[in-house]
Every structure is written in C-alpha cells, then in structure tokens.
Design a protein around this ligand. Structure first.
Ligand SMILES: NC(=O)c1ccc[n+]([C@@H]2O[C@H](COP(=O)([O-])OP(=O)(O)OC[C@H]3O[C@@H](n4cnc5c(N)ncnc54)[C@H](OP(=O)(O)O)[C@@H]3O)[C@@H](O)[C@H]2O)c1
Length: 295
C-alpha cells in the first residue's frame, strides 16, 4: 500500500517552506508541494486537474493573499484567493474524501476583547483581509465537513518577509525606531506551526488506519506560541536576543496610521489544540530565540 499523499499549496510562503523542510521527517507520508506557478489556487480548472491526478488524502492550504494593507485596495484579488479559491478547494476535498487543513487568522476578530479569544467566539473582522479569511473559513467548513481550520497570528520564520526580519534590518540600519505598543497578540514561529500541522495529519491518519474515530470535524483551532505581548515587546525582545544597539520608542497605533485597521487585542486561547493533540506549546521568546539563531 502506498503512503497517504499530502498536497501542500503555497510552497514558497513562510509556512509552506517550513513544511517542506519537515516533510522528510514524515516518511509515512508522500508529499507534493506546489508553488503559485505549479498550482494557482484561484484557477478552478488547475485545482480540478490536480485533485483528479493525485486524489490526495490531505490538502494543506498554505496559499493566501497576506498583504493586509494592500487588500484594502486589491479587494477582488484578496477575495478570489482567500475566499472563493478556498471554497473550491473544499468542494474538491469533499468529492475526493480529502481532509482539508486550512490556515486562518486572528484577524477574524474585532480586537475589542480583553481575554484570549476562544475558537467559538463571535467573529467580526475589522479589515478586508480579515473579512476574506473569515469567508474562506465559512466556505471551507460548509463545502467540506472534513475540514480542520487553524487560526494563527503574527507569523515569522527565517523564510519570507515578516516583522522579525524587518525589525532586524531596521535596527541594523537606524539608531532609533518606533514600534506600536497598544496592539496585543501572540507571535507564531512558522516552524512550530508546521510541526503541529504534520502531527495533526499523522494523528488523523493513524486513527483512520486503526479504524478509530478522529476528533470531531469540522473543527476550528487556535495556534500560536504561548504569551500575549505588544509589537513593541516583540521588537524589544529581538533587540535583546540579538544584542542590538538601537533605541526603540513605544508609540500608539494613532501615530502609525495604516490603510487597514488592526485589532487592538487578538490574543487567542490555544488550550483546545494543546489538549486535543497533547502538545507542549513553546513560549514565544524561546521560539523567537530559536529562529533568531538562524538569521
Ligand atoms: N503572516 C502572518 O503574520 C499570518 C498571520 C495570521 C495568519 N496567517 C495565515 O497563515 C497562512 C500562511 O501564511 P504565510 O505567512 O506563510 O504567508 P506568505 O508567506 O505570504 O505565503 C503565502 C503564499 O501563498 C502564495 N500564493 C498567493 N496567491 C496564490 C495563489 N493564487 N495560488 C497559489 N499560491 C498563492 C504566495 O505565493 P508567492 O510566493 O508567489 O507570492 C506565497 O508563497 C496564510 O493562510 C495566512 O493568511 C499569516
């Protein structure tokens, strides 16, 4: 019998790259990774052909329109990739009995909360990116009951563009920088997220092989590293760990206007994923240190 096949879209993104690095640690699966040229998820025909050809057991959707500010202007593109395409992937997953693991965001919440958001809490995105990701969640679940959604936040990695790399560059170039201190959330090391995604796929596969019931699907989980901090705290830790000599000024969001509004508080309660999959989730600073060793 062949090993179950996992298809991964968005191969060149932060999460896609981290999953690619980890794939060889899971010889009990076959993997096929696609970049945007090999699979444009907004192209329904390409999607159909890929599903027809591979008939995968799992589809991990790492492809997304992630430019939060640009999404306010490029609404149609963001909608096509983050909502419509996800709906089409989910329909195909349903037809082919494929488990869909889809990644969403803390930006589905309005940020008015004062305690960590639970997966079942009311959603109310405050920007267009968050709205398209919320629609994507709905379509993923409605079109394929066999869907696992993982909402994550403040993602960074040695790959791609992210806050950690931007801060490192700015702190090396400048003597002083300003970072907002009134938006709170949790950093997520994409390598840690990739590990738990593959653990979930592995657990599901093992249970299915033993004809045991998997935890109920569809399911929405929250995942980040532990700890809720501000962007200023995040920048300050980068400075401390890398021993950089740059003055960081804490500023309010009002002093750094952006085209897209951000939720002021997007801390998420991650206990459900930790309990269901028996995870030891790393504290944000430990994972940040691990990543910074590679940069
Ligand atoms: N980054 C964050 O802070 C953050 C926070 C919360 C949630 N998330 C979610 O986490 C997931 C992974 O994010 P990430 O940080 O890894 O994103 P990323 O680094 O921006 O990667 C996204 C990837 O999607 C690809 N892509 C875009 N449109 C596509 C299309 N039509 N067809 C196929 N591929 C396409 C991009 O291709 P190109 O390389 O060609 O552009 C890119 O490689 C996303 O669902 C995102 O919404 C991210």
């Amino acid at each position: 019998m062949n090993e179950p096949l996992i298809l991964v879209s968005g191969k060149n993104g932060q999460l896609g790259c981290e999953l690619n690095d980890l794939a060889s640690s899971y010889p009990n699966f076959q993997f096929k990774f696609f970049d945007r040229n090999e699979l444009n998820i907004a192209d329904e025909v390409e999607l159909k052909n890929i599903f027809q050809k591979y008939k995968p057991q799992f589809f991990i959707n790492c492809a997304a329109y992630t430019a939060v500010d640009k999404a306010e202007k490029e609404q149609e593109t963001a909608y096509c990739i983050n909502a419509e395409a996800v709906g089409n992937i989910a329909k195909l997953c349903h037809q082919h009995h494929t488990t869909l693991i889809h990644i969403s965001t803390d930006y589905v919440f309005n940020g008015k909360g004062t305690k960590p958001y639970q997966p079942g809490d009311a959603t109310d995105p405050v920007n267009y990116y968050g709205y398209t990701k919320w629609l994507g969640e709905q379509l993923a679940i409605n079109n394929n009951p066999n869907t696992i959604i993982i909402r994550t936040s403040w993602v960074y990695s040695k790959y791609g563009n992210n806050f950690v790399k931007t801060m490192l560059r700015l702190m090396n170039e400048r003597k002083e920088i300003s970072v907002v201190n009134d938006q709170h959330g949790s950093p997520t090391y994409a390598k840690d997220l990739a590990e738990i995604i593959l653990k979930i796929a592995n657990d599901k596969n093992t249970l299915q092989q033993n004809q045991q019931h998997f935890l109920s699907v569809p399911a929405i989980y929250h995942y980040s590293n532990t700890g809720i901090i501000s962007w200023y705290d995040f920048a300050d830790a980068i400075k401390e760990i890398k021993q950089l000599d740059c003055l960081i000024h804490p500023i309010p969001t009002t002093a750094y206007p952006t085209p897209a509004k951000r939720p002021a508080y997007s801390g998420m309660d991650i206990s459900k994923i930790a309990e269901d999959f028996q995870l030891q989730i790393k504290p944000w600073k430990e994972s940040l240190t691990n990543c910074l060793q590679l940069l």
